[in-house]
Ligand binder design. Structure first.
Ligand SMILES: Cc1ncc(COP(=O)(O)O)c(C=O)c1O
Length: 461
């Protein structure tokens, strides 16, 4: 054995303790650390012939990067939609690496059952019927990709073809329709050969809304002349957390032949609260659903789920045949259900967090985040310095600077805010106006964080 490996093996307990201490130090000061930092890249290191060993490597890492590790999983990172890591999720994630199980096969460990159990818990959390099969993937982009890939196979079936086998050439062009689709759906279409330019964008509800106008959607479906198509519904838009009227879209299924994919990457968590649950009415009739775990479930990256009612088509798309892998049998191995073949047991952090905090814990996170968004929104709407661009619907505050505003002014302000180090937000454009998004999805965020952030916003003007 190489001498550094031998040394590290003998010293594993001390190395783990050092790692624990490093983690504790970081987590203790997470509320005081800057949520984002500006890093100026340095010359990259060269590969050492003998290696440093794990202990010295940890020291080298801390020396080189330690101060540049921001608290993006802390209470005041409000950019994008970034959750954090609950204590239980951290335990699950650490153990995922300790066990380092490859989930592909049911025959050699409990890992597939842990994933299935986590999926069952998640179905309960989201109020989804038991006939949805669920699969963990790396993020909502991959979930949208997988959902639309299965939809593509469903379209093929209508023409008596398998796109998985014969390719897209075997079927006529596929019609895709959505309102305010997330950019990741466009990326999924690019990867699937369906073409992001082929997504027909239907107007949204008039007024300050981002939900699809269902009458316009109906018109677009009429234009498909009976050809099967794919509708992407959006449950939680990134700027204003608007929800398509899923129930009315589902009602169109009796007249038109379409696959309904719902991107509920973070909006799916509306199901955790009686206050927001109605926004998802009808979702239980979707053909496929995307929900992210590394957002509001507050498990570490990278983790999301795809739910679908069409597991036969899912297998047709993702089936991995190799003589050494054996025939497909129940329970179907995840190797035949997901884009990846080998993959980590990413269900474990979710399993830990779901068991640790239960339905009430997630209701608290979602409702508290919503309340904090409302508090910030109230300060903004009554201030002379800022104005809301959209109503605060759930957990995102979309606002801008008062006075003449352009993208450059927003950028300069946000850079100053980042360098101030108390809160982090990201830029956006909402209905043509450059603006700022503050997205609340971290389990730690409390009222005092809104106060700190407000002082930072005022100080950076
Ligand atoms: C609605 C929606 N869909 C998809 C995504 C893509 O998620 P991911 O970055 O996990 O791939 C996001 C990310 O913010 C989102 O908000």
């Amino acid at each position: 054995m190489h001498k550094q490996l031998e040394y590290d093996l003998a010293n594993l307990p001390a190395l783990l303790e050092k790692t624990r201490q490093t983690s504790e130090t970081y987590l203790k000061e997470i509320s005081r650390r800057a949520p984002a930092t500006r890093y100026v890249p340095r010359k990259f290191l060269e590969l050492s012939p003998q290696g440093l060993g794990a202990g010295r490597t940890l020291e080298a890492f801390l020396e080189r990067y330690g101060d540049h590790m921001p608290a993006s999983n802390g209470p005041r990172f409000w950019g994008l939609v970034t959750g954090g890591t609950t204590p239980a999720a951290l335990i699950g994630d650490w153990l995922t690496s300790v066990y380092d199980l490859n989930l592909s096969h049911a025959a050699n460990s409990a890992a597939p059952d842990i994933e299935l159990e986590a999926i069952t818990l998640l179905r309960e959390l989201f109020g989804l019927p038991g006939d949805y099969s669920g699969t963990f993937v790396s993020g909502a982009t991959m979930s949208n990709f997988a959902g639309i890939a299965i939809a593509r196979e469903w379209i093929g079936q209508h023409y008596g073809k398998s796109v998985a086998v014969e390719g897209l050439h075997a079927i006529p062009p596929v019609k895709l329709i959505s309102g305010e689709a997330h950019s990741s759906s466009y990326k999924a279409l690019a990867m699937l050969g369906l073409g992001k330019g082929n997504l027909k964008t239907v107007p949204t509800v008039p007024g300050n809304r981002e939900a699809v106008n269902v009458s316009e959607l109906k018109k677009a479906l009429e234009e498909s002349n009976g050809a099967p198509c794919i509708v992407i519904a959006n449950a939680g838009t990134v700027n204003s957390v608007d929800f398509d009227d899923i129930q009315s879209i589902v009602a169109l299924k009796s007249e038109f032949n379409f696959w309904l994919h719902v991107d509920a990457a973070f909006g799916g968590f509306a199901a955790c609260s009686p206050k927001f649950r109605h926004l998802l009415d009808g979702i239980e009739y979707a053909d496929s659903i995307t929900i992210d775990a590394h957002k509001w479930l507050n498990v570490p990256y990278d983790s999301a789920m795809l739910f679908t009612r069409h597991r036969d088509l899912q297998i047709a798309v993702f089936q991995n045949s190799g003589a050494y892998l054996g025939a497909i049998a129940e329970p179907v191995d995840f190797i035949h259900l997901a884009p990846e073949n080998s993959r980590r047991l990413r269900a474990l952090p979710a399993w830990f967090s779901l068991l640790a905090y239960g339905a009430e814990g997630y209701r608290d996170i979602v409702e508290r985040n919503g309340e904090m968004a409302e508090k910030l929104g109230a300060k903004i709407s009554t201030s002379a310095e800022f104005c809301l661009l959209a109503p605060v619907r759930m957990n995102v505050v979309c606002f801008t600077l008062n006075g003449s505003v352009d993208a450059e002014r927003v950028k300069t302000f946000l850079q100053k805010l980042r360098d101030d180090g108390r809160v982090f937000m990201t830029p956006t454009t909402y209905k043509g106006t450059p603006g700022i998004r503050a997205a609340f999805s971290n389990w730690r965020t409390e009222e005092k964080d809104v106060e700190i952030a407000w002082q930072a916003l005022m100080a950076c003007l």
